[in-house]
Design a protein around this ligand. Structure first.
Ligand SMILES: C[S@@+](CC[C@H](N)C(=O)[O-])C[C@H]1O[C@@H](n2cnc3c(N)ncnc32)[C@H](O)[C@@H]1O
Length: 427
């Protein structure tokens, strides 16, 4: 396998060249890598790959010149079914270091603060400031980040980029309503940032910035940013962010932040990527993006889903109505148990209900003579009581609430259960 891959690659493609740096023109979009199509469940191990396009080779040269990679690096980029990815050049043991990228090449709110737009971006939400930075660098001819920006996709298969026609295929699903909520959120954030930052500082943003630009940056951050480093809210790590996801990897432990050599004479923080499993030469190095994300979240964030039923969740939102005469007491009890006036419960097929769901539901439905439990005398013990049925009336009301929620959710679909079950592949 390794020999085959070595042969199919131009052997000099990923050798570090001399130090002459070519100024790149913008190489266009990577539409060949990211088709706009409905969600597919991809095979997650993809041994076949193609050599990467010129923009990626130039990006690699830049990484060589920055001292991030060398001829000794154990990986190089390749094109896989998941888009760009990292291929192992030799057998690698579990926990072996794949790449180390120094802090000066990270893009996070600190990078924005230190840039020309730092003064006007301080105080913005971290993702909004990084989004503005990415867009500005993309629009600049002389961006120092040009080689990185050139290899970023124009879009992923995330539902935030689906056309209306494509979205109509998922009518009735929670994925559709969440997608529309997310798009509305991004639009509102864009309007705010336009009024407060972009329009008043035209000299810093000479090229027009559109909602589509902002949605692009949002999608880039959602699909590529790491957020688990100490003290970092979000950070883009060029090159490391070429790593793709595998459902068969069951640990999220693949990143470290360490002090180390960051060039010939410099010392810096390094983002260190380690392979969570052993990999053979010629195979793709993969990680687990997020064990706890449902298929809805995977579809929104990355544009893929998994076939495992453990990822199939329905989020049941419950709310203590403000018109409830006992709103204050109920809210107090919910808050003392880590919940609020609205709570979201992820229900997974074939798994027990979230432990706080039934007590919260009983609390929401509590009324009539059962409200004695809301008295301050019971404040410390009430949650324990709510873990068991309180009364027949309370249980019946809870069931009614859930039945109504299910009916209303199902009524959003344009097909009946019978019609779905009659589709050949469902039989
Ligand atoms: C962190 S980036 C990885 C690099 C990316 N493949 C590229 O071409 O730039 C995450 C994106 O890679 C793709 N991806 C990663 N793992 C995948 C998988 N298992 N199946 C399908 N697409 C995947 C998705 O488009 C996702 O949004």
């Amino acid at each position: 396998m390794a020999a085959l891959f070595t042969l199919s690659f131009s052997s000099s493609t990923f050798l570090c060249p001399g130090r002459t740096r070519k100024r790149l023109s913008f190489l266009g979009t990577r539409t060949t890598l990211h088709f706009k199509r409905p969600l597919s469940v991809n095979s997650l191990l993809s041994p076949e790959y193609d050599p990467p396009p010129p923009a990626v080779q130039i990006f690699w040269q830049w990484m060589c010149e920055e001292g991030v990679v060398s001829t000794k690096s154990p990986v190089r980029p390749g094109v896989f079914r998941e888009g760009l990815g990292l291929v192992a050049l030799r057998d690698m043991a579990q926990n072996e270091v794949v790449l180390q990228v120094p802090r000066r090449l990270w893009i996070n709110p600190d990078t924005v603060s230190a840039s020309d737009i730092g003064n006007v971006c301080d105080g913005l939400k971290p993702w909004v400031s990084v989004a503005l930075f990415l867009i500005r660098e993309k629009l600049r001819d002389d961006s120092p980040w040009r080689y990185y920006i050139d290899i970023l996709p124009e879009y992923t298969n995330s539902t935030i980029y689906w056309s209306e026609e494509e979205l109509s295929e998922i009518r009735g699903t929670q994925l559709l309503s969440t997608t529309l909520d997310v798009k509305e959120y991004v639009q509102n954030e864009f309007q705010k940032v336009e009024e407060e930052i972009i329009f008043p500082h035209k000299q810093l943003f000479p090229s027009p910035i559109t909602l589509d630009d902002f949605l692009w940056a949002f999608g880039i951050i959602r699909s590529r940013a790491f957020s688990r480093l100490s003290g970092q809210s979000l950070v883009l790590i060029p090159l490391v962010d070429l790593i793709n996801h595998s459902s068969s990897i069951t640990t999220e432990d693949h990143a470290r932040e360490i002090e180390g050599a960051a060039g010939l004479f410099s010392w810096d923080l390094l983002f260190s990527l380690q392979t969570p499993v052993s990999v053979k030469a010629g195979e793709q190095v993969l990680i687990q993006y997020a064990l706890s994300k449902s298929n809805t979240q995977l579809a929104l964030d990355y544009g893929f889903i998994e076939s495992r039923s453990e990822r199939n969740a329905y989020t049941l939102p419950l709310k203590i109505s403000e018109s409830d005469p006992f709103f204050g007491d109920k809210l107090d009890i919910a808050e003392s148990n880590g919940l609020g006036d609205t709570a979201y419960f992820d229900i997974f097929l074939g798994r027990p209900l979230p432990p706080t769901l039934l007590p919260y539901l009983r609390l929401v439905a509590l009324g009539g003579t059962d409200t004695f439990l809301l008295e301050s005398l019971f404040r410390n013990s009430v949650w324990g009581h709510l873990e068991f049925p309180v009364s027949r009336a309370n249980e019946e009301l809870m069931c009614q609430v859930v039945r109504n929620a299910c009916k209303s959710a199902l009524s959003g679909y344009h097909t009946t259960i019978e019609e779905v079950l009659n589709v050949p592949y469902m039989q």
